[in-house]
Write a protein that binds this ligand. Sequence first.
Ligand SMILES: [Zn+2]
Length: 50
Amino acid sequence: MGRFQLADEALAKVWICKKCKARNKAGAAKCRKCGSHYLRPKRREIKVKK
Ligand SMILES: [Zn+2]
């Protein structure tokens, strides 16, 4: 449980650029790599089984 929680927390802090798929900080206005505004928070994509 602890590990998954940490992983989930770490993922929640990462935004993925839709264009170049670079990792950006959560809350970033634009991609630091390509400058694209198509950022997407990477979270809720992993189904957690209880
Ligand atoms: Zn990008």
